[in-house]
Design a protein around this ligand. Sequence first.
Ligand code: COA
Ligand code: AMP
Length: 656
Amino acid sequence: MRKSHSYRGPSKPAGGGRRTMGIYRTIYERSLEQPEAFWAEAAAALHWDKPWERVLDAEKAPFHRWFAGGRLNTCYNAVDRHVAAGRGGQPAVIHDSPVTNSRRVVTFAELLELVSRFAGALVRLGVAKGDRVIIYMPMVPEAVVAMLACARIGAIHSVVFGGFASHELATRIDDAKPVVIVSASCGIEGAKVLPYKPLLDRAIEQASHKPKHCIVLQRPPCEATLIRGRDVDWAEAMAAAHPVDCVPVEATDPLYILYTSGTTGQPKGVVRDNGGHATALLWSMRNIYGMKPGEVFWAASDVGWVVGHSYICYGPLLNGNTTVVYEGKPVGTPDPGAFWRVIAEHKVSVLFTAPTAFRAIKKEDPEGAFIRKHDLSSLRTLFLAGERCDPDTLLWAEAQLGVPVIDHWWQTETGWAIAANPIGIEKLPIRPGSPTVPMVGYDVQILDEAGKVLPAGRMGAICIRLPLPPGCLPTLWQADARYQQAYLSRYPGWYLTGDAGYKDSDGYLYIMSRIDDVINVAGHRLSTGAIEEVLASHKDVAECAVIGVADQLKGELPLGLVVLKAGVARDPAEIRQELIAKVRSEIGPVAAFKLVAIVSRLPKTRSGKILRGTMKKIADNSEYKVPATIDDPMILNEIADALKELGYGGAGANAA
Ligand code: COA
Ligand code: AMP
C-alpha cells in the first residue's frame, strides 16, 4: 500500500513568486549575462575527447554554434563513461511491456555490449560517420540501442514515430536519404498487433531514395518476410557483427534529425548537434528534474517524439539514471492503474508524461482508486508537457498523487524545456495554467506585431532572443533558408516559437495558443496543412479546410470541412469514409482524423483567405466576431449546422 508523503497541500494560485526566486534568479541571470562561462561549467560535467576552442561561435550568426572545435561522443558519455566509473551493474534500461506481458532489464554493461555490437552491424552494412539511419520502431529497447549505436559511430539517426503511415515515412526517407533503415516486424498497440514491415516496404516503394539495407527486429506475435539482399534479421546482424568503439565527433556535428510538423505537408527536419545537446540535457536532468545518478526516470512517451529522444534515451543515460521504456498505454493495458504499477515496480523517482495521459486516467478512475492500490512512495515529482496543461488536470493529479506536479513548456525544436519549475535548483510556487519561468539561456519575451517587447499581462507572440541556448536546433536538415524563414525572419534577432501567450508580473509564462496551423492531438503535434493536402488530393474534393477543435480527452481533434467538385453526385457518407481512410493511410492513425463535414462553400475573406479561426471558434462555442472582410456572412450558418451535426458548436448565438 501507498506510504504517506510529506505533502503540504494543494497548489494555490500563490503570489510572492519573485520573493522565493532567489537561487533560480541568480542562476538564470548569470546564464544570460555570462553565457559562455555558464555553459562551459555545465559542459565540464561531460567527457570531451578534445576541449572546445570557443564556447559560443557567433561568426555565422544567426547560425550560432556551441562548443566549436570540441570533440566528444554522445554514446560514450551516455554509456561507456558510466561503465568505466563502476555503474556497469546498474540497470540502464528497463523495458516494461504490458502488451507482451514481459519485463527486461538491461544493465549499463549489457547496454554497452549491445550498442557497440549493433554499431558494428551498422558499419558492416556500410554506414559511416555522417550517414543517416532511419529508425522506425515500436517501444522496444532495441530502438534505444539503435539510436546510441548511430551516435557511437557518428551516424545521424532519424527516428520516425510508429503511428505514422507509409507516405509520411517515405517523405522522411526522401529528405534524410538513409543508408540503412532499422525497423521491427510489428508494434503492439493495446490488443492490436500492427505489422510495421508492410508499411516500411510500401514507404520504400513510394520513396525515390532507396536505402541499401533494412535491419528488421523479428518480434514473436508477427514475423516479417524479409527481402533477400536488402533486409537483414536483427539477430543475425548482431551475431555476425564485431563490437566497435566510439568515434569522437565535432561538438557541432549532427547527432540526429527529428522531423516535426510545420504549416505544410513537408515536415521540418530539426537538427540536433552533439556537444550542445549533451550539455543541455545533462544540466536539465540535474537542475530541472532534480535527478541524482542511480535513480529511475520514466518518460511515458515514445522514442518517435522529442520527449522520447531527450528523456527516454539521452537525458537519463547521460546522467547515469535508469530509464524506463514502457510499451503500453495509461489506460487499457490493462487498466487505469498501469502507470502506478510501473512506478511501484521499478521505484520510479520522476514521471514525465503528457496531460492527455492523465485526462485518460482521470476519466476511468476519477476517485483514484487504482492509485491507492500501489506503493508510490518512490515518486517525488510528476512533470507534464507536450500540450497546454489545464489546471483541472494538474490539480487532480496533485491531489491524487500527493507530489508536486510541474507543467513545463518546450518543443521539438528546443529539445529541452524553455520554461519550467527547476526542482533541482529550487521549487518555485506552482501556478496552475503556467509552466512557470524561463530556463537558463532562454531570454523569453512577448512581442507585439511590430516586434516591440510587451509588458506583463499583454498577450503576444512568444519569442526567444538569439542566440538560443545549447541543445536547441542549429538549423533544419539541409534547409538553412527554410530555418531562417520559418523561425528567424518574422522578428530579426529573435526565434519565433509559434506559440502565443503572456507573462504575469512575476515573470511566470502562460502559453495560450499557436499562431500557426499546428494542432496538438493527445500531445502529438500535427499540421492541419498536411491533413488538408491529403483531403485536397481526393478526386472529388474541390477545396477544404482543417481546424483543430477542442476535445476533452485529447486536447484537440482535427476536423475537416470539405467542398466537393461541381457535379459530384456520390453518396456523401461514402466520400467521408474515403477521406477518413485516406488520412489514416497517408498520415497515419496518430492523426485521429474522424470528423469530416461536406459543405457547399467555405467562409472566406473578400481576398480569398479561408476563415479557419472563425470556424474553430464556432466549433468550440467561443465568442467570435463576424469578420468585417467576410465575403458572405450567410455561409457561417451552414458551417454552424454542419459542425453541430458532428457534435461541435451548437450554441449558435455566440457571434459578438
Ligand atoms: N504505432 C502504431 N499506431 C499507433 C502508435 C504507434 N506507435 N501510437 C498510436 N497509434 C495509433 C493508436 O492505436 C490509435 O489507433 P486507432 O485509431 O486504431 O485507435 C491512433 O494511433 C491514435 O492514438 P492515440 O492518440 O495514442 O490515441 P488512443 O486513443 O490510442 O490513446 C491516450 C489515447 C490519451 C491514452 C494516448 O494518446 C496517450 O497515452 N497519450 C499520451 C501522450 C503521449 O505519449 N504524448 C507524447 C508526447 S509527451
Ligand atoms: P512538440 O514539438 O511536439 O513538442 O510540440 C510543441 C508544442 O506543443 C509547443 O510549441 C506548444 O504549442 C505545445 N506545448 C508543449 N508543451 C506545452 C505546455 N507545457 N503548455 C502549453 N503548450 C505546450
